[in-house]
Design a protein around this ligand. Structure first.
Ligand code: ZN
Ligand code: ZN
Length: 377
């Protein structure tokens, strides 16, 4: 950290040169609170916060302070002063803050205590998935007890301050690191971090602070959602302990099959079966659509199995907006399996006209069918 002009550390913290460690801590705490980037968005607040942190790092450490007192800034060259602050990004300031003050900004701790997530699976119709819908879902979850407001104590009852942590909920241990003195914070085991002992638990929740409730939620399912998708309903899970944020509700979406459409992302696939004459000569067929109104499709002569006709914009609406997919009509030519005698004869004639007479066996079979038909008439 080579800076042209560095302010005097005592001046930075606004303390006398003979200030006690307690006075230095107090001054630092006050200034750091004022210039902490989370609280102060003014220009230069961050730089000031770093400067304050650096000054504190030196003056709170007996060895560094002695070196500084004797030789000024030059005396600290071997100490790597300020490195710790330089290396942190903004998100890290909270941690430094915690380190010095013991959980003033214990955001991380609160996050860790967030209530449990819940998961629920629902099944919706193919069309509902395509065009979106609203669904009522029922969920059983832990909610804050209304009687004690999650406080766990009977309203109006006495609370005793925890003796082992003196009501702070935290026990502090001092350790040393390259920052100088560090205060490590651990949750008080006696009161489980609450700082108080409940003498009379809430009558409704028996001191749990939460209750099991069955809730009906109205959920908007967006158009274009697909089978297997998962929606996150923020804060609709279990309530967190001690006023922490609630967990999330994850809603798994299963989409029922459609009688004749398959889905491929935003596109729909429809299998169109054509018989031999339809495929060979061509035809007009009505193709069902998701919207309900059939689409008339011209199948050209000589259509082969596997040919795909694309009906633009007749697919599924795109989940993130912007038009719809396509309806893909996949032709397959079906070879007949149960011919009538007449149809068989026509096909035989067709075979002969192609110059590909069928086997004697086939002819013999035809004769038998003819006989059978003749005798039944
Ligand atoms: Zn309660
Ligand atoms: Zn305690």
């Amino acid at each position: 950290m080579a800076r042209a002009t560095k302010r005097d550390y005592y001046e930075v913290l606004g303390v006398a040169r003979n200030a006690s460690l307690e006075q230095i801590k107090k001054a630092f705490r006050k200034l750091a609170m004022e210039f902490h980037p989370d609280r102060n968005s003014e220009d230069g607040a961050e730089a000031r916060f770093k400067e304050i942190g650096e000054a504190y790092e030196v003056l709170s450490d007996a060895e560094k302070r002695a070196a500084y007192d004797r030789y000024g800034h030059a005396g600290l060259q071997g100490f790597d002063v300020g490195r710790g602050f330089e290396g942190f990004d903004f998100g890290g300031f909270g941690d430094i803050f915690d380190a010095f003050f013991g959980g003033t900004a214990s955001r991380r701790a609160r996050e860790a205590q967030r209530g449990a997530d819940r998961r629920l699976d629902i099944e919706i119709d193919f069309e509902e998935a395509a065009f979106g819908t609203e669904k009522e879902i029922e969920i059983v979850r832990n909610e804050r007890c209304p009687r004690c407001g999650g406080n766990r104590a009977e309203p109006g009852s006495q609370l005793a301050r925890c003796a082992s942590c003196e009501g702070t909920g935290e026990v502090r241990r001092v350790s040393r690191s390259f920052f100088g003195q560090f205060v490590n914070i651990a949750t008080c085991g006696q009161c489980r971090g609450e700082g108080r002992i409940i003498k009379e638990p809430c009558k409704d929740c028996k001191g749990a602070g939460r209750q099991r409730e069955t809730r009906t939620l109205l959920v908007k399912i967006p158009a274009g959602i697909d089978d297997g998708a998962q929606m996150r309903l923020s804060g609709e899970g279990d309530v967190g302990p001690k006023g922490a944020a609630s967990g999330h509700l994850y809603l798994g979406i299963a989409v029922r099959e459609h009688p004749y459409f398959q889905r491929d992302g935003e596109d729909l696939i429809y299998d169109l079966e054509l018989n031999l004459p339809q495929a060979a000569i061509g035809c007009e067929v009505d193709i069902p659509t998701l919207d309900g109104k059939p689409h008339e499709l011209r199948v050209p002569p000589g259509t082969q199995s596997g040919r795909v006709f694309v009906l633009r914009g007749k697919g599924v609406p795109r989940l993130r907006g912007g038009g719809r997919g396509d309806l893909l009509v996949r032709a397959s030519v079906i070879v007949p399996t149960d011919l009538s005698g007449e149809q068989r004869e026509l096909l035989l004639q067709l075979a002969e006209s192609f110059g590909t007479p069928v086997s004697d066996d086939e002819k013999g079979l035809l004769g038998k069918i003819k006989d059978a038909l003749g005798s039944s008439e």
